[in-house]
Design a protein around this ligand. Sequence first.
Ligand code: G6P
Length: 372
Amino acid sequence: AAAEKGGYPSFMEKEINDQPAAVGDTLLGRADANGRLMLDEVRIDPELLKSVDKIIVLACGTSAYAGQVAKYAIEHWCRIPTEVELSHEFRYRDPIVDGNTLVVSISQSGETMDTLMAVRYAREQGAKTVAICNTNGSTIPRESDAVLYTHAGPEIAVASTKAFLAQITAAYLLGLYLAQLRGLKFQGEIRDILSDLGAIPKKIQAILDNADQIKKLAREMADTKSVLFLGRHVGFPVAMEGALKLKELAYIHAEGFAAGELKHGPIALIEEGQPVFVVVPSPRGRHSLHSKVVSNIQEIRARGAKTIVIAEEGDEAVRAYAEHVFYIPETPTLLAPLLATVPLQMFACELATAKGYDVDQPRNLAKSVTVE
Ligand code: G6P
């Protein structure tokens, strides 16, 4: 078993450290030398794909957060309205689905019963279905019109890490492919985004090589009872995923909020010493989101929050208001979740380990939920 864990104390740590390869392998062989995407696996008539007027992403758990990240990119690149819905909610609400709807399921295992039933339902309504899946030959891809495999390798730890990054990567490839088919993006732009994606594995590695600082903080915070996470734009699902990891692994009450929503409720939770992670957008982004999130940090700090900030290298503006800052390498805003998630995973894993919990087999959870 020690060999299977690649020398790490747990599968979880191994899988967190597998992430440069998980993203790199998912990108491998998907484009030709000119940066033209060749998603041969997506065996749906290109003419049909061109006529898609709505995308619905269906998933559960961490995979649903990957879908929420992807929505920002797909709508931006393809201009196709994209909804993300939990599979178990979708089925029972009489959703509007027809022959022009593309349903994209995301499932690491390919066996999650709620997602399988939702895909079946969507197909019955005439939708075209693509599965983003990490498990060859599993049920959801077999029952879908097409599959785009993530190549994260087997994920053993119950809580998902490397599959999440690979799912975001694959969903981005699908979004770029749709944009390419529809001719909405110049090929040069797609090539640039692919080259930015290609640079991600090395940047993840740089974060992993710098794990000491976040691990030390995690050990110091082992007695914490509640942690909040704030993020905005693609940082919002990252915040929710950071909170989920802490619930799953360390059994700590944790909640992720959209930073803009702070003033509509969550700020009431802030009291002296409340730890709050804040995922800060790049100051180089096109919108003024960076300064808005920096104001949020000031607001919660003024009310006593202990602020732990994930920011882009070179972002000095956050320092003054942050108890702790963890820097991630520069990358375009839409790709930032592939980096910002990593310190949050390491934090949850190390904190749970410090509490003596089994990070590979958290209580009450199953790797793959094959019942409704
Ligand atoms: C379970 C696992 C989660 C996973 C979710 C969806 O709840 O514990 O880690 O995110 O199922 O699984 P799937 O295989 O469909 O991605």
